[in-house]
Design a protein around this ligand. Sequence first.
Ligand code: SF4
Ligand code: SF4
Length: 221
Amino acid sequence: MIITKPKPMAQVMRCLAGIQRVFLVGCGECATTCMTGGAEQIQEMKAKLEAEGKEVVGSFVGESDCHILDMKRQVRLNKEAADKAEAFLVLSCGAGVQTFSEILDKPVYAANDTMFLGNIQRFGVFAERCSLCGDCVLNETGGICPVTNCPKGLLNGPCGGMNKGMCEVNQERECAWVMIYKRLLLLNQLDKMKTPLAAKNYATSNKPHSLTLERKKGGAA
Ligand code: SF4
Ligand code: SF4
């Protein structure tokens, strides 16, 4: 899921300077789980804006704000209030915010900072495991990503700074390559470490990415 944290309120208020009527949008997916854009946070934001003298003319929590067609439909369903708004404030990740920039001809502002693709360790605790590099090496590294778990993204063993198994960049974390070694040992796949990984194809990281699924006969993707 996409991990977000709320922007400082002073920053949000700076964006809304000179704007009176605001429409709020939350997101029912990641931002709800991160508690940055669910129904509760929409109500909290409404109260904060009203305390600052703004008028919240409408709001909804989209099922997934990154679904452009569905958000178009949601805005149509809220047309009267949306037309009154001078600006939209979106409590989602940056992708969700840009859905609304794409479909609205009025200012759209982000209430959150978007941080990383995260796994949920337990309620309210998220950890980055994948940097979305587009050229995955997990099959060679025991299912542990060196691109993400090593701050230097090293592909073929530890750097010289590794100290007693710990990472030189963050000494509270085990070196990614120690983790990979232990995992391959457990799986009886240590031989994999004898084959160097090729330099990564960072062309796969060129942005912006897009993907169109090919449709098979019969209509299924
Ligand atoms: S190598 Fe790491 S960053 Fe790249 S796709 Fe695999 S898990 Fe994600
Ligand atoms: S100590 Fe290990 S995880 Fe840390 S930067 Fe060096 S190779 Fe990467």
